[in-house]
Ligand binder design. Structure first.
Ligand code: PAF
Length: 308
């Protein structure tokens, strides 16, 4: 079975590492030429929570490899949400035969594009690991969590087959029967935590500890659950607080994007919620504020997009 991980950010590196370690060689595809050279020369390094590190050899190729005719059993797309559209266009125009695609992005805007792809099997997942790229060939596995995933379009159960072969207590995966609630729950968490931590420049846990930030967090939450229908609102609020606490010392991905002058995933997270609100003709002043404020920060930073 040929498995390709597309995107060499922290989640791509983490996924390629464990798949290769536990299962078999996985191809990592990137358009960061310098990074590809480093990984080829030095191997892919993973820094564990206890400080010890491991290295494995992973095959890395540039994005142009996707132009060649080939059969891919599973393509795991780990690029940032704003690159998904471009990736899908590349795939649709290519001579690739892909049986199954698994998307691992924050937000939900990319799910609106699924109807444009003809791949027989589509799955989505949410990543609950803490991972940080510390240099071009090292990923720090700062929080051992799991990948929850589900089928949007099921055909050959390829994702299941690959994950069954990839058993590692530090890289657990969990199948969920319904993809939409799974992504919605993660969306609520990201929409609550990411913009606020990015704008206030604080670690996730600070949103619970500072009573003023806590009060704003609650207002954001209340507006979001008006926009998307979440069944158990009390439980959802507890989940947001739980993630904030569990990842208390983390700097959210949005904060880290702004600090590193990269484009954020605000469009796929809050932008997606604003679209849903507009469809329902709802006014959402808090979400509008968050969206414009993060966009304003991006503009201030004169940022560039993160590479695939
Ligand atoms: O995007 C992130 O940073 C993470 O999804 C989360 C859960 C907010 C933890 O930092």
């Amino acid at each position: 079975m040929k498995v390709v991980v597309l995107g060499s950010g922290s989640i791509g590196m983490l996924t390629a590492f464990y798949l290769t370690k536990q299962w078999r060689s996985t191809l990592l595809v990137t358009n960061r030429i310098k990074q590809a050279k480093f990984i080829e020369e030095k191997g892919l390094h993973l820094l564990h929570q206890d400080g010890h590190s491991e290295m494995i050899h992973v095959t890395v190729e540039s994005i142009s490899t996707l132009e060649h005719e080939q059969i891919i059993d599973l393509l795991i797309v780990t690029v940032k949400s704003y690159h998904v559209e471009q990736v899908l266009k590349t795939i649709e125009a290519s001579k690739l035969t892909i049986s199954s695609i698994l998307f691992l992005q924050n937000g939900m805007a990319h799910t609106e594009l699924f109807s444009t792809i003809s791949v027989p099997e589509i799955a989505v997942g949410v990543v609950e690991h803490g991972a940080r790229r510390t240099n071009d060939y090292t990923v720090q596995h700062s929080g051992v969590g799991q990948i929850r995933w589900s089928y949007v379009r099921k055909h050959s159960s390829t994702v299941e087959a690959v994950f069954q072969e990839t058993r590692d207590e530090k890289f657990r995966t969990k199948y969920e029967s319904m993809w939409k609630p799974m992504l919605q729950h993660k969306l609520v968490v990201n929409a609550c935590i990411n913009p606020l931590t990015a704008l206030f420049s604080v670690q996730n846990g600070e949103l619970l500890q500072n009573p003023h930030y806590y009060s704003i967090l609650k207002q954001v939450f209340l507006e979001i659950i008006e926009v998307i229908d979440i069944e158990n609102k009390e439980q959802m609020w507890e989940y947001v607080c739980h993630i904030s606490k569990e990842t208390g010392v983390n700097r959210s991905s949005m904060l880290s994007d702004l600090e590193n002058k990269r484009k954020t995933e605000i469009d796929s997270i809050v932008g997606y919620l604003l679209q849903q609100a507009a469809r329902k003709q709802m006014t959402t002043p808090v979400l509008n504020f968050l969206f414009e404020a993060v966009k304003g920060k991006e503009k201030e930073n004169k940022l560039g997009e993160d590479n695939l």
